[in-house]
Design a protein around this ligand. Sequence first.
Ligand SMILES: Nc1nc2c(ncn2[C@@H]2O[C@H](COP(=O)(O)OP(=O)(O)OP(=O)(O)O)[C@@H](O)[C@H]2O)c(=O)[nH]1
Ligand SMILES: [Mg+2]
Ligand SMILES: [Zn+2]
Length: 373
Amino acid sequence: MKPSESALTMDLIPSLARLGWSPFFQMHLDNLSDGRLEPARVVGVRKNSFSVSQGKGSRLARVAGRLNHQPDGLYPVAGDWVVMTDHVISNVLPRKNVLSRGAAGRRGKENAQPTRAQVIAANLDTVFVVCGLDRDFNLRRIERCLTLIYNCGLNPAVILTKADLHMHPEVFTREVETIAFGVPVHLVSAKDGLGLVQLEDYLSPGKTCTLIGSSGAGKSTLVNRLYGKSIQLTGSVSETVGKGTHTTTSRDLIIMPQGGMMIDNPGIREIAFWDGDGGMEHAFADIERLALECRFSDCSHMHEPGCRVQQALIEGEITKDRVENYHKMKREMMYLSDRQHKTANRVERERWKTVAAEIKAMKKRRGKERVKL
Ligand SMILES: Nc1nc2c(ncn2[C@@H]2O[C@H](COP(=O)(O)OP(=O)(O)OP(=O)(O)O)[C@@H](O)[C@H]2O)c(=O)[nH]1
Ligand SMILES: [Mg+2]
Ligand SMILES: [Zn+2]
């Protein structure tokens, strides 16, 4: 390590560490830089600008034009560690993990198949699924969110908020626990402060959490309550349809007084998957375990004799809605996985076509050279 490099980084390290800087990122920075470049974390993502921080305040930054032309996913998102050259983000450091989902290419097309991955946030320790105990409460949506989080290889926790609306909100906790094995379920109320202390455990210095859920679920209200003052705008839920109207429109990484960080997100309307591989075995561990006892190893759990899943359904061990949701997601995953394989094959074919063309051109050149001799 050059002296200039160590002096610079040593000075910054304590405040960077509070933002989650670790040897993993340091190694990647060292690979890229000669010691003059500084890292910063993306703390705000707006339409045309970013804010970045090194632990003390934040500053505006723009992205080097080159990054616009990178393949999908390498454009900075909230939580990314980036390399700065003055006020320009010149590189995104490799991510430890990302929360991403499938996004449809054309807007407003309901049920359109995802055509690209949308990276929501990067370098996360916990992803909270926030569900309001009003009309927002929906076990199937929680199942879907958990599958998405596992699919991204991340750690989930469920927050059931607006507990103040019920006399016995614990019944919801028990209901969620039947579909979320080993996932912590926290019952909270931003109104009267119930259960907030438990959430502070996730917010130790250097830790990053993010909140996902529908619009109006109560994500920003929770952030404000944990922060101790209103830093995020909050909205109202329509009485008639029981839905929020996208109060939060940008993604901000908030450095919390507890020491950790929280990324508040706009409400998610559709939870589409992008990766066709993994997640179901954790989110539906009960069904996958039962499936091992089916008579046929390739049982579709629809109508085969000796199907243990169907038996569990009849005996009331699992609910019809859960099994239907399982089948629906399984179909989506298979479609994605199939498409990924096709894309991989096509890429491979294209590569060989290029190689073959290069060989042909080389032979032609050699032929011409020989004629000249
Ligand atoms: N009774 C009650 N209402 C709450 C609670 N938390 C949030 N709300 C209300 O729920 C509504 C929506 O809250 P927000 O925090 O803006 O919801 P959000 O999830 O951030 O919504 P988007 O930003 O649109 O995604 C507001 O009217 C809040 O006052 C709670 O604990 N109890
Ligand atoms: Mg919000
Ligand atoms: Zn079966």
